[in-house]
Design a binder for this molecule. Structure first.
Ligand SMILES: Nc1ncnc2c1ncn2[C@@H]1O[C@H](COP(=O)(O)OP(=O)(O)OP(=O)(O)O)[C@@H](O)[C@H]1O
Ligand SMILES: [Mg+2]
Length: 244
C-alpha cells in the first residue's frame, strides 16, 4: 500500500495510462442521495489489461462514464495518459476523448446506416486521417479480425460476434491510449464471447493499448492481466483466486 487509501499499486514505474485519485460519485434521486463511488484510487499501466468485476448496480458503468467524461466528475481527479480531465473545458474534453479513448459497448452501437468499413473509417476521419491512410487502416483491421469479406455489409446483416468485431476495430482504429469496454461479451454466447475477447486481447497487446473491461464473466476476466473488484464504492485488487 502507498499513501492514498485503498491505493491499487501499479506493477512498474512507467507513466500510467490511467490514474484515478479519490473519485467519489453520488446520484441524487428524489429527496435521497445514493453514494455509488466512495473514494476510488487506481493506476493502470500502459499496455495493461484490467478486468473490473462487481455486483450489478455497484457502479462499474458509472466509473467508466467518469473516465470517458460522459458523466461529470464530482470530486477527486482522473488523468488519462497524464492529462487531468477536470482541467480541460468541455470542448477540449470532447477532443481529448475522441483522440485518446476508444469505447466498446455491450450492444455494439454501430451506426446502422454505415457499412462495416464506414463505421471504422468514421472515427479515423474525425481524427484527421487522410482518405488513403484511413482506407489502409480499415483494411488492416478488417483483415486481422477476419472480416475482410464483410467490409461492405451493413450492421443488420452481420451476426452479433461480427458486429462486436467491427465495434472493436472502430474502438482501436485511431490507436487511442485507452480502450474502455462495458460488458463487451454480455450479448454474445459464451463461446463467441471468449473468441471475441481473445481477439480483443491480441489486438490490444499488438497495438500497445491499455484496456479496462467491465464484465460479469469470469472467463472474460481470466484474459486480463489484473482483476479489480468494485465493492461498497471502493476498488480492491483480486489476487489470482476465483472463489466466486
Ligand atoms: N442517472 C442515474 N440516476 C440515479 N441513479 C443512478 C443513475 N445511474 C445509475 N444509477 C444507480 O447507481 C448505481 C450504479 O449504477 P451502474 O450503472 O454504475 O452499475 P453497474 O455496476 O454498471 O451495474 P450493472 O452490472 O447492472 O451494469 C445503481 O444503483 C444505479 O441504480
Ligand atoms: Mg453497467
Amino acid at each position: 500500500m502507498t499513501g492514498a487509501t485503498n491505493r491499487v499499486n501499479r506493477r512498474d514505474n512507467g507513466p500510467p495510462a490511467l490514474s484515478l485519485s479519490r473519485v467519489c460519485h453520488d446520484y441524487v434521486e428524489g429527496a435521497g442521495v445514493r453514494s455509488v463511488l466512495k473514494g476510488v484510487d487506481l493506476e493502470v499501466d500502459r499496455g495493461e489489461i484490467v478486468a473490473l468485476l462487481g455486483r450489478s448496480g455497484c457502479g462499474k458503468t458509472t466509473l467508466l462514464n467518469l473516465i470517458s467524461g460522459i458523466e461529470t466528475l464530482q470530486s477527486g481527479s482522473i488523468a488519462v495518459d497524464g492529462r487531468a480531465l477536470d482541467k480541460l473545458d468541455e470542448a477540449e474534453r470532447t477532443r481529448f476523448r475522441r483522440r485518446h479513448i476508444g469505447f466498446i459497448y455491450q450492444f455494439f452501437q454501430l451506426f446502422p446506416t454505415l457499412t462495416a468499413a464506414e463505421n471504422i473509417a468514421l472515427v479515423l476521419e474525425l481524427n484527421g486521417f487522410s482518405p488513403a491512410r484511413s482506407r489502409a487502416r480499415v483494411q488492416e483491421l478488417l483483415t486481422s479480425l477476419q472480416l475482410a469479406d464483410r467490409a461492405g455489409s451493413f450492421p443488420d446483416k452481420l451476426s452479433g460476434g461480427e458486429q462486436q468485431r467491427i465495434a472493436i476495430a472502430r474502438a482501436i482504429a485511431h490507436r487511442p491510449a485507452l480502450i474502455l469496454a462495458d460488458e463487451p461479451t454480455g450479448n454474445l454466447d459464451a463461446e463467441t464471447g471468449v473468441l471475441i475477447l481473445d481477439l480483443l486481447r491480441d489486438l490490444v497487446k499488438q497495438e500497445g493499448a491499455t484496456l479496462m473491461v467491465v464484465t460479469h464473466s469470469l472467463q472474460v476476466a481470466r484474459t486480463a492481466d489484473r482483476l479489480l473488484t468494485l465493492e461498497l464504492g471502493q476498488l480492491a485488487e483480486r489476487q489470482g483466486a476465483f472463489a466466486w
